[in-house]
Design a protein around this ligand. Structure first.
Ligand code: PMT
Length: 405
């Protein structure tokens, strides 16, 4: 998602400057094009050579350096970036920007840029909570500068509190969000994810191997693309994507109820959850004791949630998944037509790198106009983007705007 994006990273003089190296690695891993500006004080904490080696580009420290003979560094850098980021951002640099001071390469570049600017403060708690710093942050926020709040924890000065640089993953997530076009703004997308658990006594249940990764990726990317997202999830150890309304459930019946409660308000429904088709007829109140011979547990059908949505969906867009181990295309197509879906995402469980638990998936996207889009092995975030591209196409083709019943 950051491939080819141009990011100017400013590093200022705080102990967290060493974390900028990790941040650069994450950007480079995502194939972003990164230029680094360091303040004089930052160079006391980490060498320009380290950041130059990691970014693969010269690091700029000097106000009077020329990028090419005819280019003035701060103007060229200000115009170069799709966005600018300062991590760590000290109280000093925040104060300077808030006061319009431009006395070094970083602050002059910030002053000259029209690109979004993200600041990631890191400092001692007393400094961070100081009313002057708070006022500066408020002032900059009101002017459209963006911030990633520091984390709470042990600080370099041995005290405990708010002020640690936010996690690198959180900063990367924010950068990806800033650089993503909000083409799903106005959509309200309901995503289901994960497995369901169907208990037959207080300590045992029937479930499946779904980790939630596919559904959580869809929720995260849809939010990033500007949609309002509700995620209804069976048990999963994954963190809830930020900005997403989260409804945890356990059984298929609970999932059905949660989906139906939220159906009316949704414009798009994506059912990535692996829902158990059956549940035990009886759930014993007491733990079932071992006994001689086999134990039989009678099962009854669970509600077919997607069929119910298909009957009530109106103009809403319904996307289902098909998890098959044979006749993938035929079975997926039959499910799509029978259950009134607009798209079905077929994943073949027998393929290496596809389906349950992996970070990747291999899917075929089937639509009602007989088209089959075959995607190669991709990580689940990329798959999510491709699915949402297809949803966006339907919205555009049908000329949908806002709510639809
Ligand atoms: O969570 P991960 O580890 O990342 O794995 C991802 C995944 C393999 C679970 C996901 O990619 C996937 O394929 N999800 C759908 C799994 C499934 O239940 O497929 P199905 O062919 O049994 O069901 C077809 C569709 O009906 C699905 O959209 C399902 O959510 C829905 N369904 C199924 C049964 C039921 N009672 N109600 C339903 O709504």
């Amino acid at each position: 998602m950051l491939k080819g994006k141009r990011i100017v990273v400013g590093v200022t003089g705080g102990i967290a400057a060493y974390k900028s190296a990790e941040l650069l690695r994450e950007f480079i891993r995502r194939e972003a094009d990164v230029r680094v500006i360091m303040t004089k004080n930052a160079a006391e904490f980490i060498t320009p050579l380290t950041l130059q080696t990691l970014s693969g580009n010269p690091v700029f420290c000097d106000m009077f350096s020329l990028i090419k003979e005819s280019e003035i560094a701060h103007i060229a850098l200000a115009e170069y970036g799709d966005m600018m980021l300062i991590a760590p951002a000290t109280a000093n640099v925040i104060g300077k920007i808030a006061s319009g001071i431009a006395d070094d390469l970083l602050t002059t570049t910030i002053m000259a840029t029209k690109a979004p600017v993200l600041l990631c403060p890191a400092m001692n708690t007393n400094m961070y909570t100081n009313v002057i710093v708070r006022e500066n942050i408020e002032k900059l926020t009101a002017r459209g500068y963006l911030f990633v709040e520091p984390a709470h924890g042990e600080l370099a000065c041995k005290s405990e509190g708010m002020g640690r640089l936010a996690e690198v993953s959180e900063i990367v997530e924010e950068v990806e969000s800033i650089l993503t076009v909000k083409d799903l703004k106005g959509e309200r997308i309901l995503v289901t994810a994960g497995p369901t658990r169907e208990p037959f006594d207080p300590v045992r249940y029937i479930t499946n191997y779904s980790s939630g990764k596919m559904g959580y990726a869809l929720a995260r990317i849809a939010e990033r693309r500007g949609a309002e997202v509700t995620l209804i999830s069976g048990p999963s150890s994954l963190p809830v994507p930020r900005g997403v309304k989260f409804i945890p459930i356990s059984s298929a019946v609970e999932m059905r109820d949660a989906v139906m409660e939220n159906l009316e308000a949704s414009t798009v429904i994506i059912k990535a959850a692996a829902v158990a088709d059956y549940r035990p007829v009886v759930c014993s109140n007491a733990k079932i004791k071992k006994q001689d011979g086999p134990l039989a547990i009678s099962l009854t059908r669970n509600p077919d949630i997607i069929s119910e949505i298909g009957k009530k969906k109106g103009e809403r867009i319904l996307v289902g998944f098909a998890m098959e181990s044979e006749n993938l295309i035929e079975n997926a197509k039959a499910k799509m037509l029978e259950k009134n879906m607009d798209l079905i995402i077929a994943n073949d469980l027998t393929e290496e790198g596809a389906g349950f638990q992996t970070d990747t998936n291999i899917v075929k996207i089937l639509s009602r106009n007989e088209e089959i889009e075959e995607l190669p092995l991709m990580n689940k975030a990329e798959v999510a983007n491709r699915i949402l591209d297809r949803v966006k196409e339907i919205i555009t083709r049908k000329g949908f705007k806002g709510s639809r019943g």
